[in-house]
Design a protein around this ligand. Structure first.
Ligand SMILES: C[S@@+](CC[C@H](N)C(=O)[O-])C[C@H]1O[C@@H](n2cnc3c(N)ncnc32)[C@H](O)[C@@H]1O
Length: 266
């Protein structure tokens, strides 16, 4: 399903695109659990709510793989903007791949049916600017899909307050990703702007003409992944989460390390 991409390097020379990664790799890579269930539910929403016929999709911080439903790319024109040259080079599913910053890169008004910003806003110092750019670039009734870590969860607090070298160590030694931290490879440095917090994001969206039509907090996929790969480490994390849940207000589950939302432009 790879598409021949046009690479528009705003600041660099053209680079050949390698052919490899199928467009829905991100979903297939997700271990069964709440995050995967939520993405499948999101696919249903997108199939139901998006117009029939040809679609214009903007993947902001698209990197090199996508969470799009597998049937959408073939009827879509996909534009990716990413700040990392290696990520842009490794992208195989975009029709147009642009080396740029989603906080400042602006498209024409009402260009896209869907903006996807998945696991990106936590890396941005100016989430507000990025969200307003996305809104302006959306057609009326168009949607923004956001996936992000929950800063009020156990994994969110650890990620926010630990140094980047620890994230690289975790990816290499607990997740088993040997290339972690190399150029163009996750983890990417995190910033955690206040708008990454879900209630603030919802309030900002409402104040700026974006209705939240889907909202789900999910157990971070790191838990099922750790339980499978590193049971002892997982038992430790689970025990810590259980203790925290017991002392925090009823109904809190600090394992809900990620959230997914869909915002619709009114
Ligand atoms: C964790 S990866 C997620 C990639 C992809 N969305 C996915 O779900 O697999 C974060 C991506 O955001 C990109 N990124 C970070 N800051 C950015 C910015 N200011 N503008 C554009 N892309 C950015 C990184 O280069 C990286 O590709």
């Amino acid at each position: 399903m790879n598409k021949p991409a046009t690479i528009e390097f705003a600041t660099a020379t053209a680079i050949n695109v390698s052919a490899a990664t199928p467009p829905t790799q991100a979903l297939h890579d997700l271990i069964p659990g709440e995050a995967r269930d939520s993405l499948l539910a999101i696919h249903d929403v997108l199939r139901r709510e998006l117009p029939q016929g040809r679609l214009a999709i903007y993947e902001a911080g698209g990197g090199s793989c996508s969470v799009l439903p597998p049937d959408l790319p073939s009827r879509s024109h996909i534009t990716v903007v990413d700040i990392d040259e290696d990520q842009v080079r490794n992208n195989t599913y975009a029709d147009v791949a642009i080396l740029g910053d989603v906080q400042t890169y602006r498209f024409g008004q009402e260009t896209f049916d869907l903006v996807i910003c998945y696991n990106v806003i936590e890396h941005l110092p100016d989430v507000e600017a990025a969200l307003l750019n996305f809104r302006d670039a959306l057609k009326r009734g168009g949607m923004i899909l956001i996936g992000a870590p929950n800063p009020r969860s156990l994994s969110g607090v650890v990620t926010k307050y630990s140094p980047h070298w620890f994230h690289v160590w975790f990816y290499r030694n607990i997740r088993g990703i040997k290339d972690a931290g190399l150029p163009g490879e996750p983890p990417f440095p995190t910033f955690f702007h206040p708008l990454v917090t879900l209630p603030r994001l919802e309030a900002f969206a409402a104040a700026n003409g974006l209705e939240m039509i889907y909202r789900r907090e999910v157990e971070s996929p790191r838990y099922p992944e750790m339980r499978r790969r590193k049971p002892l480490f997982a038992a430790l994390a689970d025990a810590g989460a259980t203790v925290l849940n017991a002392v925090l207000p009823r109904g809190t589950d600090v394992r809900r390390g990620d959230y997914h939302v869909i915002l619709r432009k009114s």
